[in-house]
Design a binder for this molecule. Structure first.
Ligand code: IPE
Ligand code: MG
Length: 232
């Protein structure tokens, strides 16, 4: 979700106004993907590197997460959404960590859209954490190094047992992944749009899905496997 700052600056407003305006597209995406029976949606809200922004911008973003958790969890729960926060939550305030745990526990039994929000997340960090967890298991004798295959490795990642994303959407004009789900995006179809995140509406979402429909997914093979290639 990129482009909040530029959206605000173009209006002569502070960058934080862009972050506020970015909330409505988040609500729209959750609603639309849930309605379309998409299995999982992962939103990149705040990266490990975003801590290097001005203190006041970071504080506003953290306050927005806290308030959004407060305000939105009832509705997410009512719509059967299972919410999980992925990222290094030890870097968040204790207050925010508590609010996250409550929201996760409350929505854990839900079987609708699996919604992941990446906060203080980095793809390198995710892979390193998985490696450290596996190393601990090997050191304790619970696991042999030969048993570390792709399935064992990916089960230690933040997305755990979730299927790999089919479609990656980046707004805001940059054509890069910026340390998002590095392992999991191996075969994702990449969709880039110049639209700034606060302007990402249903039409843009439908354009991204239509773009996805045109892709031929072969996963390194000559033909697409029969079970794959459907809607994300
Ligand atoms: C994305 O918008 C939101 C976060 C990273 C939290 P930006 O804040 O990166 O907006 P630009 O890229 O400066 O326009
Ligand atoms: Mg940006």
């Amino acid at each position: 979700m990129d482009g909040n700052g530029r959206w605000a600056e173009a209006r002569g407003e502070p960058r934080t106004a862009g972050h506020r305006a970015g909330i409505e597209p988040v609500r729209m995406c959750i609603r639309e993907f849930a309605r379309r029976d998409v299995r999982a949606l992962t939103l990149f809200a705040f990266s490990s590197e975003n801590w290097r922004r001005p203190e006041s911008e970071v504080a506003t973003l953290m306050a927005l997460f806290f308030d959004a958790l407060d305000r939105e969890v009832d509705e997410l729960h009512a719509n059967g959404v299972r919410l999980r926060i992925i990222g290094d939550r030890r870097t968040l305030s204790v207050r925010l960590q508590q609010r996250i745990s409550e929201a996760e526990a409350r929505t854990a039994p839900n079987t609708g859209l699996m919604l992941q929000v990446a906060v203080s997340y980095g793809g390198h960090w995710d892979i390193l954490e998985a490696a450290r967890n596996l190393a601990r298991k090997v050191a304790s004798g619970a696991l042999r190094p030969e048993e570390i295959d792709a399935a064992a490795f990916s089960s230690e990642l933040q997305l755990g047992g979730l299927p790999d994303p089919d479609l990656f959407i980046r707004t805001g004009g940059e054509r890069r992944i910026s340390n998002f789900l590095l392992w999991n995006l191996a075969y994702a179809e990449l969709h880039f749009t110049d639209v700034l995140w606060p302007d990402f509406g249903i039409a843009e979402l439908e354009a991204a899905l239509a773009d996805f429909e045109t892709r031929q997914r072969r996963f390194g093979m000559v033909r697409a496997p029969r079970a794959a290639g459907g809607r994300p």
